[in-house]
Write a protein that binds this ligand. Structure first.
Ligand code: PLP
Length: 625
């Protein structure tokens, strides 16, 4: 656990149990020992009982609930201890993870404290309207951000007639005309907010949307003209909410206090100018400590926790409002990453590793080495003598290099055969390892697509904790990097938390001795929505696991296989049924074992695109399963 810093980034949800497996504590610090869930048992259930193929995304709704309650409690506590005169009422930005169960769970778990949703597009608005109408608290906010056309605005206005607390947040000045026009046409009075472009700038990767030249929001001049226009139309009482978003992963409470303080002053000025303000929406940005360092120096970590975040916000708003003698507003936040990152674990398998040449192989190649042309044979003998004599630096490496170069030259010239070249390569590799000159890092091939399941890793260099989920009581003996299934040189993991370029891994057992399983943690936000389909590898299988009183402390409450090859083909406009029919026709035309061929075709369409183990012996790996 120490080696992988699990205590640092995993607390309070993940630890290692006495069997050396990852143990999940669904209620965080509130979990009792008998409520801890062994992740390997969950994996066993998914594979063996439910026949689910890997990769597998395991969702823990109890963690989601715990995060939501922890966020609410942090604000409740800060409000109480700072004698703040209003309340906190958050919204979940659905773009972080639009999965139906995630959104429905958040709406249900947050209903008692009016937790709402934030959306940034029309389909997101539709899903939020539907979820909040079915399970939400009528007082929960539905914050409509993002660029808007008339259809978006009309939909948001219609949502008000369905009893939803919709707020239309203007991202640009022009959107006001659309809102005024649509509200007149539909006869529905809007509740309006706007996004302010703050001067406070977050300098990390996620801060590019902040600052005076940021992509979104109204600057000071535009705010003044917004107020004037609303006044001219007799609609200043519709302006109710001030929104801003400094950027995701706000690194320090100092920056947070600066941004919230600036926005709170704008809020107070809007009150002075006559708007019926009531809510300050501080956007997202509540960060995650991905590497467990609790430092605000990189995008991988933040220096604060939930409590410090909430107390910084409450104090900054209170200070501005007290100073300007303005009533304390409702504080809303749009925390996404902080709510959903912990709730899911992506489990995947290492299927092979780059084999180190075995001594036995070298021995069987001795005949080929002895059959080398004279000059090469003497190079090879000199090199072996140098290695055996421990004379690495002055002779061994030079001979190895020379032997390899000359052998390639003679191969190109037709003087050396392929098996001789192979024997020399293997010998030189072994000798360089012996002399400590070769990179001891091994590549573990994993049954996963980085592009589908960890898009932020290759797109923006975001690091997630990736570790084995079992054998954690055994010392890892290999330094490895992970190479994915795609035919793309970017499809690999060779950077890990803590600035490491390899991961301590365990030697994979021989075939048939059981798999080697790894997990990506803290990836519950953004990865599912951003993931692509490079090489047509689709989404993983998914199960939802809740704590229960049964023998293994958990129950699977839903399970779904990942996208099949037919599913992913459909997304590219292919029609798998027609493809199958045409191929079957061809099978019949060409004769042969048509039953076996058709069965194989059908299975390939129905299975997930990832590698599967052949059920018969459970050890072979084959793309054509
Ligand atoms: N609100 C807005 C407007 C955003 O752009 C974002 C994401 O960048 C969020 C909320 C969610 O941010 P986070 O995931 O950092 O909480």
């Amino acid at each position: 656990a120490k080696l992988y810093k699990i205590d640092a980034w995993g607390t309070p949800y993940f630890s290692v149990n006495s069997s050396g497996n990852i143990s999940v504590r669904p209620f965080g610090t509130g979990s009792l020992p008998h409520q801890e869930i062994d992740l390997m048992k969950v994996l066993g259930k998914a594979k063996d009982d439910l026949n689910l193929q890997l990769p597998l995304l395991v969702r823990f709704p109890d963690i989601l609930k715990n995060r939501l309650h922890s966020l609410q409690s942090a604000f409740d506590l800060a409000i109480q201890s700072n004698a703040y005169d209003s309340h906190y009422q958050g919204v979940y930005p659905v773009k972080c993870n639009q999965d139906r169960y995630v959104v429905e769970d958040i709406v249900e778990f947050g209903s008692s404290f009016r937790f709402g949703l934030e959306v940034g597009s029309k389909p997101e608005l539709l899903l939020a309207m539907s979820c909040l109408s079915r399970g939400g608290n009528p007082g929960a906010f539905l914050v409509c951000n993002g660029y808007k056309d008339e259809e978006y605005v009309s939909l948001a206005l219609t949502a008000r007639t369905l009893g939803l607390s919709t707020v239309i947040v203007l991202e640009q000045e022009e959107e006001l005309d659309t809102v005024i026009e649509a509200s007149r046409r539909l006869g529905i009075r809007p509740v309006i907010g706007f996004r302010a472009r703050l001067r406070t700038k977050h300098s990390g990767h996620f801060g590019s949307t902040s600052g005076e030249k940021g992509k979104f929001g109204l600057n000071t001049g535009q705010i003044i003209s917004l107020v004037e226009k609303l006044k001219a139309y007799g609609m200043l009482d519709c302006l109710h909410l001030l929104h801003f978003h400094i950027g995701s992963q706000i690194p320090t409470t100092a920056l947070l206090a600066d941004g919230v303080g600036e926005a709170a002053m704008i809020y107070c000025e809007l009150v002075r100018l006559g708007a019926s303000m009531g809510v300050i929406d501080i956007g997202g940005g509540l960060g995650i400590d991905y590497d467990g360092s609790k430092s605000g120096g990189s995008d991988m970590s933040v220096e604060y926790g939930l409590k410090e975040y909430a107390s910084t916000v409450v104090r900054a708003v209170r200070y501005a409002c007290n100073r300007k003698k303005v009533q304390h507003p409702i504080i809303c936040s749009e925390s996404g990453r902080a709510l959903v990152s912990h709730h899911s674990i992506l489990v995947f398998e290492a299927v092979s590793s780059t084999a180190s040449s075995e001594t036995a192989q070298i021995c069987s190649n001795l005949a080929n080495l002895e059959a080398l042309p004279d000059d090469l044979r003497s190079d090879y003998r000199n090199m072996v003598a140098a290695v055996v004599g421990g004379d690495y630096d002055s002779c061994g490496l030079i001979y190895a290099d020379q032997l390899k170069k000359r052998c390639v030259e003679q191969f190109k010239d037709g003087a050396v055969g392929l098996e001789h070249l192979a024997a020399v390569d293997e010998l030189c590799d072994l000798a360089s390892r012996e002399m400590g000159a070769s990179d001891p890092t091994r590549a573990y091939n994993v049954n996963l697509s980085v592009f589908t399941s960890m898009p932020d890793y290759w797109a923006i260099g975001q690091l997630f904790p990736v570790i084995p989920i079992h054998r954690l009581n055994e010392k890892p003996t290999v330094k490895g990097v992970l190479s994915d299934l795609t035919c793309d040189s970017d499809g690999k993991l060779n950077k890990f938390i803590g600035g490491k370029e390899s991961l301590p891994l365990h030697e994979m057992g021989p075939k048939g001795s059981g798999g080697y399983y790894l997990g990506m943690f803290l990836g519950g936000a953004y990865q599912e929505a951003l993931g692509g389909m490079h090489n047509l590898f689709g989404g993983p299988s998914v199960i939802r696991v809740s704590q229960s009183d049964g023998p293994h402390c958990f129950a699977v409450t839903s399970a779904a296989a990942g996208a099949s090859s037919a599913d992913v083909l459909r997304t590219m406009q292919y029609e798998p049924e027609l493809m199958y029919d045409a191929l079957r026709g061809r099978v019949e035309e060409y004769g042969g074992d048509s039953y076996a061929a058709c069965r194989q075709l059908a299975t390939a369409f129905n299975n997930m695109p990832y590698l599967i183990s052949i059920i018969d012996d459970g050890v072979e790996w084959d793309l054509n399963g």
